[in-house]
Design a protein around this ligand. Structure first.
Ligand code: NAP
Length: 507
């Protein structure tokens, strides 16, 4: 199947070539030719999506659930070629991609169960009050409805779970929205095989073929055309702050602005409180290092900054983290662009007068070893740029003179996907003061754990105030993520036989 990669775009059930190509740039293995999408192709895909909406957007929940199950089965049937090309393209190990493939299929099945359950429709009925004075009240019913065609942008670091058939696609299809995926240029072959799986499910279930399109692209033109297309009604984006902000601004500039759900970057601060530090400094230093170096530090949930009190126990924490990071073998980074951004961020630390180098590994080609730096709380608090995400295997320990000094530093942080407290019983008073501050900053609060690894469950929130995401009311992981692609509609005095079946049947 890898040998048969054709590099075409999937539009309304057909594989379409264009007159411009680009080559993939895999970490290993042969490069493939890919047909670059363009504005004309985006228009064809959007027209097909709108056409499909008139059936798919009004389909039975059970039928959409069966479609999601079929996609999951078709992906699992292709797990060998998907993980093989995925590993070549991204440099991520096969075992990591096998587990990501399982997560991707499970996400689809979770949404299938979720929509059959029906609670997501949030149906409400206020009965008529014909005798109310001074005026009668009509019956009012409310239900969530799909918004229409949705554009999805996946990220390079999750070629499966946050990409072609990832969480955004699963949530949108579950809601009843056709999906137009902008293929990520870092894994076009992976995207193509996953799109083949979706096409097989479309055919098997007799769904309108415009329900899913894959448009490949290696420059901004496809993404810009997608978010500006008048038939696109919402955007799910996972990626960099710069890219997400540019597309968010474009969405706002439209004659009809549309919601842009960008899941962006975060430094995911870890606050190590003194009693915990006294009790288990070494263990926490190792644990933090393992979490930040996982997958070459290329997780949006990488805990990039640890706040640690000055003193001997803090020194033990730093030494343990340094030993653990020094022992990490260099790992392949995802793209040349990510390597360049990582090197620039690391260079800024190297050039700084106030940052101390603890462990510094260089980058060779795409392979990066892990690095560790240390700074005082005062110096950190004086420079906002130090709290920005550096995507890759690098960590910064902020040494605070007194544990209470963590509070003003926490106040200064911008929006985060996660914030973590490492505490023991003696830390409860300070933890009780930090928690309300951090809760205003982050979508997920952790105690005595590490934020890498995101459970896909009903209660998960993977989002947060800007710049962690562009919409603090949303999550891109877990069943609540379906709400991004729904719109509440009230039906006032509408006869039962004209109501959507789901609402007419509800009392
Ligand atoms: P990226 O460079 O922003 O790319 C994401 C997608 O957006 C690509 O398809 C890219 O296509 C497109 N794009 C980027 N800028 C664009 C622009 N100005 N106009 C039009 N299209 C644009 O992100 P990445 O490097 O793949 O992913 C790494 C980043 O994602 C990290 O910062 C990481 O923290 C973040 N991330 C966040 C989450 C989360 O849930 N919060 C999860 C995973 C990763 P082209 O290159 O073809 O333009």
């Amino acid at each position: 199947m890898i040998d048969a990669l054709h590099g075409r775009n999937l539009i309304k059930g057909e594989w379409v070539a264009t007159d411009r190509t680009f080559m993939s740039n895999p970490a290993s293995g042969p490069a493939h030719q890919v047909f670059a999408g363009n504005a004309g192709l985006v228009d064809r895909a959007a027209q097909a999506a709108e056409e499909a909406f008139w059936s798919y957007g009004f389909s039975r929940r059970e039928d959409r659930a069966a479609f999601l199950q079929a996609i999951a089965n078709e992906i699992e049937a292709r797990i060998e070629p998907i993980t093989r090309i995925g590993s070549q393209e991204t440099g991520l190990p096969i075992v990591r991609l096998q587990s990501e493939c399982g997560r991707t299929a499970n996400q689809l099945r979770l949404f299938a169960r979720h929509i059959v359950d029906g609670a997501y429709l949030d149906r409400r009925v206020d009965p008529a009050l014909p005798d109310r004075q001074p005026a009668p009240r009509p019956e009012i019913r409310m239900m969530q409805r799909p918004v229409g065609p949705v554009a999805v942008f996946g990220a390079s670091n999750f070629p499966l779970a946050f990409s072609t058939a990832g969480g955004d696609t699963a949530a949108a299809l579950a809601a009843g929205c056709p999906v137009l995926v902008k293929g990520h240029p870092a894994h076009p072959g992976t995207g193509e095989i996953v799109a083949e799986a979706i096409l097989a499910a479309i055919k098997a279930r007799g769904i309108a073929p415009g329900v899913f399109s894959l448009i490949q692209g290696d420059d901004r033109s496809v993404g810009e055309a997608l978010v500006l297309h008048p038939l696109v009604k919402a955007v799910g984006f996972t990626g960099s702050l710069a890219g997400g902000r540019a597309l968010f601004d474009l969405c706002a500039s439209r004659a009809e602005p549309i919601p842009f759900f960008g899941e962006l970057g975060s430094v995911n601060p870890v606050f190590v409180l003194p009693a915990a530090l006294d009790a288990r400094a070494e263990e926490m230093g190792r644990g933090w290092a393992a979490s930040l170096a996982m997958g070459a530090g290329q997780f949006c949930t990488k805990p990039g900054i640890a706040f640690v009190p000055a003193g001997d126990a803090g020194d033990v924490f730093v030494a343990a983290a340094a030993d653990a990071l020094a022992a990490v073998s260099p790992q392949a980074m995802l793209t040349d662009g990510i390597v360049a951004a990582f090197c620039a961020g690391k260079q800024a630390f190297d050039d700084s007068d106030v940052i101390r180098k603890v462990v510094a590994n260089n980058v060779q080609g795409r392979a990066a070893g892990a690095s560790l730096y240390e700074i005082s709380g005062d110096a950190f608090g004086a420079d906002d740029t130090l709290a920005e995400e550096i995507f890759g295997p690098i960590g910064l320990v902020v040494r605070v003179a007194r544990p209470e000094a963590m509070l003003p530093l926490a106040h200064c942080l911008s929006g985060q996907l996660t914030a973590t407290l490492q505490i023991d019983d003696g830390d409860r008073p300070l933890a009780g003061r930090l928690l309300p501050v951090l809760e205003r900053k982050a979508g997920r609060m952790l105690v005595n754990g590490y934020p890498t690894g995101v459970e896909v469950v009903d209660s998960m929130i993977h989002g947060g105030p800007y710049p962690a995401s562009t919409n603090f009311g949303a999550t891109s992981v877990g069943t609540l993520s379906i709400r991004r692609f729904l719109r509440p509609v009230a039906y006032q005095n509408v006869p039962l036989d004209l109501l959507p079946e789901d609402l007419a049947a509800f009392s």
